[in-house]
Ligand binder design. Structure first.
Ligand code: FE
Length: 388
């Protein structure tokens, strides 16, 4: 038996934030990040709409990028004291992911983080609160996914929490919020979205439900990301929807080793998530093509590339990604990113071993050993062809 889970409602389009007025409940806690949502007036709007819905509102502000276990636990404590029946998370991936994790420990105070990281082992939620997610960046799609990424800074490891209980009840995909993104964030989050769609399209749990969402997302990212990066408002709107489609796909099909690798270098070399994915993606396609070349070739054909054989088509796809990276000012190797040879050598065994153990590795189409993972990291460091 297979399962396909999405939020009960997805409200989308400019101004859809207003739908918060219609939520039914007594108390809402609003979880938010560093301040851009406040600066641009969206936080005030959220508060006003929730009050208009008759709710008492409490804020949990200042969730850091790559939220920590500590942030999650202290937020859960605030929730246990305030007892909200709605958790409303607004901002980039970080505050929404943090709020999802807080939700677990709000409903289950005795549950531990070690228990929560077991894939699909989170107990039934929604006994105390429902969850509304409002993304301000166009990439993680956490507003529609069953995932949350939390960092354990003592271990230097990013943990993806995964369970369909974490899929929000309501996603509000209002592109007005995405207009506030600086260009660099547009580039990184946009390539994250492309990675989601491409990994979902070849992942082991892909299905007839996830495939069309992934394919449409790939086409929309190709058509809109560069324009959005250059400041085109309409393209920015489209990207906000495209990333959500990619999220609906990968939340169910799951991801692959591009993400396993990005999770591990993120915590060690402090490379932003989308940027790391963008660097690794071409190399991972090269590695995976032995087992799913037909799938990549199909994507290339849909993108309009012509080729005499599968390899030529796949090369066109890889070249397209590399070209997008270049135009988005994303480096093509870890070396170019600024990771020194010394730093890389010191950490490569650790990150290779942990990348293989990452929750995303299991759904990658081609299985990988620690030794191969190390070679793959080395290829991405130096910019070498993957031929193993
Ligand atoms: Fe991602």
């Amino acid at each position: 038996m297979s399962r396909f889970t999405l939020p009960r409602d997805i409200y989308f389009g400019n101004g859809s934030l207003e739908t918060l007025k219609t939520l039914k409940g007594k108390k809402a806690v609003v979880v938010v990040g560093g301040g851009s949502m406040k600066r641009f007036g969206f936080l005030q709007k959220v508060e006003d709409y929730l009050k208009e819905a008759g709710m008492e509102v409490k804020l949990i502000e200042g969730v850091e990028p790559d939220p920590s276990v500590e942030t999650v636990m202290s937020g859960a404590k605030v929730m246990r004291e305030f007892e909200p029946d709605w958790i409303v998370a607004i901002g980039g991936g970080s505050p929404i992911d943090a709020a999802k994790a807080m939700w677990i420990f709000y409903e289950y105070p005795e549950f531990t983080f070690e228990q929560a990281v077991v894939p699909f082992g989170i107990p039934e939620l929604r006994n105390k609160a429902k969850f509304a997610a409002i993304p301000s960046t166009s990439g993680t799609a956490t507003e529609v996914t069953a995932f949350s990424v939390i960092t354990n800074y003592t271990e230097k490891i990013k943990y993806p929490l995964a369970d369909f209980n974490l899929t929000p009840d309501i996603a509000i995909v209002d592109p007005d919020l995405a207009q506030t993104m600086p260009a660099k964030l547009v580039a990184h989050t946009g390539m994250d979205a492309l990675t989601h769609a491409l990994e979902a399209y070849v992942a082991t749990l892909r299905s007839v439900f996830s495939d069309p969402l992934a394919m449409k997302a790939i086409l929309m990212v190709r058509d809109n990301l560069l324009k959005s990066y250059e400041g085109d408002e309409e393209a920015r709107n489209e990207m906000h929807l495209a990333q959500c489609l990619a999220g609906m796909s990968f939340s169910n099909a799951l991801l692959g080793i591009t993400h396993s690798m990005a999770h591990k270098v993120g915590a060690v070399f402090h490379i932003p998530h989308g940027c790391a994915n963008a660097i690794f993606l071409p190399y991972v396609i090269d590695f995976n093509k032995k087992v799913c070349g037909d799938r990549y070739a199909e994507v290339a054909r849909r993108l309009g590339f012509a080729g005499n054989n599968e390899d030529e088509l796949i090369d066109s796809l890889i070249e397209m990604i590399k070209d997008m990276n270049k135009k988005l000012n994303i480096p093509s190797t870890l070396k170019e990113y600024g990771v020194t040879e010394e730093e890389f050598k010191e950490n490569v065994d650790f990150i290779a071993e942990n990348a293989v153990k990452d929750a995303c590795t299991g759904s990658n189409p081609r299985s990988i050993s620690v030794e191969e993972m190390k070679k793959l990291f080395e290829a991405t460091y130096n910019g070498e062809k993957v031929n193993f």
